[in-house]
Design a protein around this ligand. Structure first.
Ligand SMILES: [Mg+2]
Length: 295
């Protein structure tokens, strides 16, 4: 990293008790109380593939780069601890590009008390590429994996789905707090964040858990941006959580709606095998097709 940028970064980095050494040394030093496990996730976003810089601006790109990683920590029901970021900056950009990008990242990271403790920035004759890595810690009963759903389990989601391309894919809030609350309340058998699309991501849970699922079309909550069920099933980047719980826990969550700020919906049931869509009491097999990265 350039000297001036490191200095600037240091000045911008707030104190955090978990970050014993932040940006400026050869590596960051984190306080990591035993015996917690460390969750690690990383995601790379590229101009013209995952966003269009000239349309959305660096602030929203920075925000999203951090948010997608926080969403993956949420999907494990973990607590984010710290982040590092690597950026390839186009030489055509100016210093405000780097700063705005960083401010976007910081806004999102700060919202979840996650210090950005280090990173690397290079200039090149290519488009903007940003890769963020978030470290988190397992809490409570430990990380919630994709495997663990059982036939008979209910499938719930944390919010409405579809049409995220109209803005939500950039401006969503990762469900970190909601996941921690759910993890505290019930035994989550399996969980995923919806990045590829409901059908595809629930398909991932089924593949890892060795079971199938029936989705009930009428129960799937559609977002205001969603035109139809097809979008809710196949659009990506909703970044809501889909999870499996016992029927008793599912019923309790539906009745009590104990997670502040969201409405939980039960949208299906895990079965022995197959991926099915039930509509007007008719059940038909469904392709778990995912969202294709194109703008
Ligand atoms: Mg994920």
């Amino acid at each position: 990293m350039e000297f001036a940028y490191i200095d600037w970064l240091r000045r911008q980095t707030p104190m955090n008790p978990r970050a014993l050494v932040g940006p400026g040394d050869d590596a960051a030093v984190l306080d990591w109380p035993a015996p917690s496990s460390c969750l690690v996730t990383t995601d790379m976003l590229m101009d013209d593939v995952d966003f269009r810089l000239d349309e959305v601006g660096p602030h929203r790109v920075g925000r999203k780069a951090m948010a997608v990683n926080l969403s993956d920590i949420a999907a494990m029901a973990g607590r984010p601890v710290a982040a590092v970021v690597a950026v390839a900056l186009p030489r055509t950009g100016n210093t405000s590009l780097a700063e705005e990008l960083y401010r976007g990242m910081r806004e999102m990271a700060d919202a979840f008390d996650t210090p950005i403790v280090g990173g690397d920035t290079n200039g090149w004759n290519g488009p903007l590429v940003i890769s963020a890595t978030v470290l988190g810690e397992a809490v409570g009963r430990g990380p919630v994996l994709r495997r663990g759903a059982k036939p008979g389990d209910w499938l719930l989601v944390t919010g409405p789905l579809g049409g995220s391309i109209r803005g939500k894919h950039l401006d969503f809030t990762p469900r970190v707090r909601e996941a921690l609350r759910l993890h505290d309340l019930v035994e989550l058998h399996a969980m995923i964040d919806i990045s590829d699309g409901l059908a595809a991501d629930v398909g991932h849970i089924c593949a890892e858990s060795g079971c199938g699922v029936v989705l009930r079309a009428e129960d799937i909550p559609l977002s205001n941006d969603s035109r139809d069920l097809e979008q809710a099933l196949s659009d990506g980047e909703d970044f809501e959580l889909a999870f499996a719980v016992s029927p008793a826990d599912g019923q309790m969550l539906l009745n009590k709606q104990p997670v502040l700020g969201i409405t939980l919906s039960a949208i299906g049931e895990f079965v022995a095998d197959g991926i099915w869509l039930e509509q007007a009491s008719e059940r038909r097999p469904m392709q778990p097709k995912g969202w294709v990265h194109e703008l």
